[in-house]
Design a protein around this ligand. Structure first.
Ligand code: COA
Length: 252
């Protein structure tokens, strides 16, 4: 399925219902006017982080990724994006602090090369990951080191032409899981397995020795442009997915 068919452009009114997960697909190469507009939304610590990037392109991408995050959160929460405050978990997962909402708006984001992807839901933990598909000389040794034995065997058994996409499919699904947990790479990646199939729903995830954890989450592969792959992990199973792409006019 082409990604344009899946990623709709939203109406001006943006509402996030309970039991719905919104995912946003955003090009990081935005016009300078948009970069400047986003710069004004960032907090001092974000501006300091932006300043630390050596290359201007990386700095602009960071500003856009945070500016879009603030803009979307502001729309969902109906508040000024520049007033939002983040707090960070032990392993760096950002969450919102001090909102007046009775419910917690959960979010996660990922960026790679020229794209960012975001997920939002009320009261559900979630994690999202996107990777640009590229050549890795040491792909199989990375898989041997980080994948579970089952995943590594599955990868090795594939035809050579399918390995690169399968590697990144597996990698994004694993990262989405550890990001949903908030653990990041501190969580041992070989202690759980994900499926490799392109857009399947089950079996999604197997966490070794913990059936409750396996049942707690659902995993979705997300359709993207051909040279990207993305995955989403969400707590629970009774939710619907809506996919949005950032409007080209950048005035949203
Ligand atoms: C989380 C992690 C797996 C992300 O890897 P990545 O592929 O390089 O980056 P992605 O683009 O997919 O995601 C980055 C985003 O995930 C979010 N994030 C950061 N840490 C996170 C965590 N522990 N869990 C979930 N999300 C996290 C942030 O929003 C970040 O974007 P930012 O640029 O706005 O800060 C990796 O950075 C990691 O393991 N971090 C943990 C580091 C750690 O243990 N630190 C301890 C001291 S703070």
């Amino acid at each position: 399925m082409f990604y344009e068919e899946v990623w709709g452009v939203p109406h001006n009114e943006l509402t996030l219902a309970n039991d719905v997960v919104h995912v946003w697909y955003v090009p990081l190469n935005q016009p300078m006017a948009a970069v400047q507009r986003f710069t004004h939304l960032l907090a001092p610590d974000e501006l300091q982080r932006a300043e630390r990037f050596h290359f201007a392109r990386d700095r602009y991408h960071y500003i856009v990724s945070r500016g879009v995050l603030r803009t979307l959160l502001g729309r969902y929460l109906q508040c000024a994006p520049e007033q939002l405050q983040f707090q960070y978990g032990e392993r760096g997962k950002p969450t919102l602090s001090h909102t007046k909402q009775p419910k917690q708006l959960q979010f996660n984001l990922s960026h790679t090369h020229e794209r960012a992807i975001y997920a939002f839901a009320w009261e559900r933990e979630l994690g999202i990951d996107i990777e640009y598909i590229r050549t890795l000389d040491d792909m199989e040794s990375i898989a041997n080191h980080f994948f579970s034995a089952r995943e590594y065997q599955q990868l090795c058994a594939l035809p050579q032409a399918d390995k690169q996409r399968a590697f990144f499919t597996c990698w994004t699904r694993k990262e989405a899981y550890i990001k949903a947990r908030g653990d990041g790479l501190a969580y041992p990646l070989d202690q759980f397995a994900v499926s490799f199939a392109p857009e399947d729903c089950t079996p999604l995830l197997e966490v070794y020795g913990d059936t409750q954890e396996t049942e707690r989450w659902s995993l979705h592969g997300l359709p993207t442009e051909a040279d990207y792959v993305a995955a989403l992990i969400v707590e629970g199973h009774t939710w619907e997915l809506r996919c949005w792409r950032w409007p080209d006019n950048a005035l949203f």
